[in-house]
Design a protein around this ligand. Sequence first.
Ligand code: ADP
Ligand code: ASP
Ligand code: MG
Length: 476
Amino acid sequence: MKVMKFGGTSIGTPDLFLKVAKIVSNRSEEEFTIVVLSAIGGITDKLLGAIDLAANGDKKYREILDEIKSIHYDFLYKAAAADNRQHVHDQTNKLLLELENKLKGVFLLKECSDRISDSIVTFGEYLSNNIMVGALKSLGKKCEFHDAKRLIRTNSNYGDAEVNFPITNHLLQEWFALLNKNHIPIVNGFTGSDENGHITTLGRSGSDFTATIIGGALNASLVEIWTDVDGVLSADPKVVPSAITLDWLSYNEASSLAVLGGKVIHPKTIAPVEKQNVPVSILNTFNPEVKGTFISSNNNVSDVHVKTITYLKGLSSISIFESESKYGQKILVRLFGIIARLEIPVVTISKSAYNQSISFFVQNEYEHLFLEEIRREFTLDIEKGFIGEILARSNLALITAIGIGSDFYSLVVRRIHDVLEKNGVKSLMFLDDLYSLNFSFIIDALEVNRTVIVLHDEFFGEYHYSKEVNKIVNVA
Ligand code: ADP
Ligand code: ASP
Ligand code: MG
């Protein structure tokens, strides 16, 4: 049994939607297949935009709603043949009416809780999944929609809920045991529910995670993530169009990439399959014959200098300078207290050996909150002169070279330093990660594209399309 997940980019137009239906129809012949489907490309953003306008009492939310309606009717008419259309049409009407009523409620109340927002934003998935059922039936396939709300149990952290794996695995295994294996099950990505039955979401781009949660729980032979690129590439192709496709990655490399900015998979995607040793393939809907990138545990050692270069934008640094160095440990305890209390996800930390300063790197959205709390916590210390300056700097980015061959680590670090120096890129700090075999550094976000391009050129520039050559030449 395998899982096939299709993202919004794979179903961005009616033609693509039909193409996906055909890929599913053909490939599900080979092996029993569970399909996980996201919302049509761009719909989740439109839903969030409509919620925002409605919550501000702005009638313009109705224009977005009308757009959402006409997109889905257009897809429905093009993807479902006339004799299969009626039921899908009725379901679409029902879903759109429910969506309209919810948005109207938000508009009248002029507010929207995170819980209500999740219940609205998941309509994108319900709508696309319903149309996919129609499209597959039109191709003569037996298929059935199964609501992830009943299969994936989370906590109530709406917008980015944590999965309760013991319950979810049990629900999925129970569901699978009773599943009619003559039908292709279509499951809505991104969606779960909490213990009170309220809808939750798994974070933006969370359908990748839905696919591996299912694949891990059911010990699938493979999870296929179908997207708009040939696989995992040596850099984001939007920055480096000549980036090459990687044949394989280890779980650790794929997970590093996902967490450190590589948008191609959601940051939590790897953990559920890694535990069960289920491999993942990244495949291209636009180019289905290409074999893509294979992610598994068999590939734990990188045999090239660098596998891929990634970037994470939107970071801020907050630096605290002390006046009395003996004071250091106490300050650290109190700073970490703030981080724990406010649940601030710190990306990385840098501390001078002499206890003179400590810098925290966080997502921009936490900068203000963290800074305020530090100023509040240390008011007296600042007055007494124990603490010197507290400085914040926004718009930073973390660049990471992922999957460094262990024999080449110091050589790769040297090459990176040389490239930065040659190109006049100033880094605020460098981070060795010998355990995961990555190397990162922090720069001004304005420098990201230029830096990724020159680094990519250094490691992959002249030797496109040949991993072997890349290896040999890099060693020399
Ligand atoms: P989907 O809608 O299928 O979930 P996403 O837009 O979330 O697709 O992810 C695919 C995108 O990820 C690609 O179009 C590409 O721009 C981006 N990306 C970033 N880094 C990489 C990388 N190293 N390899 C491949 N794609 C990457
Ligand atoms: N539709 C959701 C989003 O846009 C989930 C996903 O695409 O995976 O974030
Ligand atoms: Mg995605």
